[in-house]
Ligand binder design. Sequence first.
Ligand code: ARG
Length: 465
Amino acid sequence: MQDSNPSSKPWAGRFNEPTDAFVEAFTASVDFDRRLYRYDIQGSIAHATMLARQGILTEPERDAIVAGLEAVRARIDAGTFVWSIPLEDVHMNVESALTQDIGSIGKKLHTGRSRNDQVATDVRLWLRDEIETIRAEIQRLQLALLDLAEREADTILPGFTHLQVAQPITFGHHMLAWFEMLDRDSERLADCRRRLNVMPLGAAALAGTTYPIDRHYTAQLLGFDRPAENSLDAVSDRDFAIEFTADAAILMMHLSRFSEELILWSSAQFGFVDLSDSFCTGSSIMPQKKNPDVPELVRGKSGRIFGHLMGLLTLMKAQPLAYNKDNQEDKEPLFDSVDNLKGSLKVYADMMAKVSCNRERMRAAAKQGFSTATDLADYLVRKGIPFRDAHEIVGKAVALGVREGRDLAELTLAELQQFSPEIGEDVFEVLTLEGSVAARDHIGGTAPVQVRAAIGRARERLAHG
Ligand code: ARG
């Protein structure tokens, strides 16, 4: 890092005293916003290209600036660039290096532009790319879930409500529930990307610029759908960052729910699934332990992302138009949200590809807790008994089972017939687990045949998504 020197700052013209050393460090953002450098340089090259096309720069000036910016980018890529805190942020570091390298032509780059429209553009360009990466990771996780659902389409486990055994379901069906949540998460991010893909450049500090710029051309060079309609809005609002973080928070909420289930299911008490050793750790004191650290950590990380959402909302709240320095504080929560979201999705996609299921344990659990009681009630309804009466009859049969320590399928026909003479020998077909899941044979139901059909449709959606 270089020393403080008032004359080296691009804005120091009206200043007589150097910046207080602590204030300089306090107001600087280069330590974190340098990660935007590729987008900063991409934006500058497009801006210079537009300026030359409009006759605001000459072609030789443009060529010197573009070559100079590419050389700066190569130095940053190579790790040999010296970042300066007195130069405050990534924008002034890059511009000042350019001017040092190519001389005073470099000073023309900032014509018709401000750091206010520059930073708003950089963050949008960066986030647009990150959303692509995140959506690709979501898709990798979704494919792992579909493979698992296919392998376990017939595997029966208890479905729960209130974490009490409710009705038998198939494991494939459960995995498809997770798939659907992720599908909406991915759509939300695609929608966020569509809304953020609008270009702030040209808004300059807040009111636009007096040069004859062509904003449509710059937008086209940068792959934006269009220039932002209003200069004040373009430089000041960070709603796109808030929207992204809200989408990230919802996604992390979903991952925290998956995590909770994996943690429960991999415990000795449930024993439904086994997480691969490569995604677990042991205990330094208890030799028998294999801890589900990965799902636990992902569940924990949801907290910081919910926090970032609140942080960004509070950052933006009540800010008057247009740009305020407050907005420099948007970056760290946004960067941290992206990093942790990407990490969580990556580890989940890798982990879910290696989950193994303990079919016997799941089956044994589904046999407990009278999970086919609703099937018995539906059976009685088919015999002409009103559903409320059927519910009452089955309740009594369950009470007998509880007293005797036997499941409904383990009661004799004579015992069942005490509660309703309509019950016949065919009742035992509906009391089996296979019969129960196979009977839920409609779109969205848990029957294995429906699960297989849903997997097919899900693969189609991913292929055309
Ligand atoms: N580092 C600043 C930010 O992140 C760049 C914009 C600064 N603009 C200004 N007028 N001070 O917001």
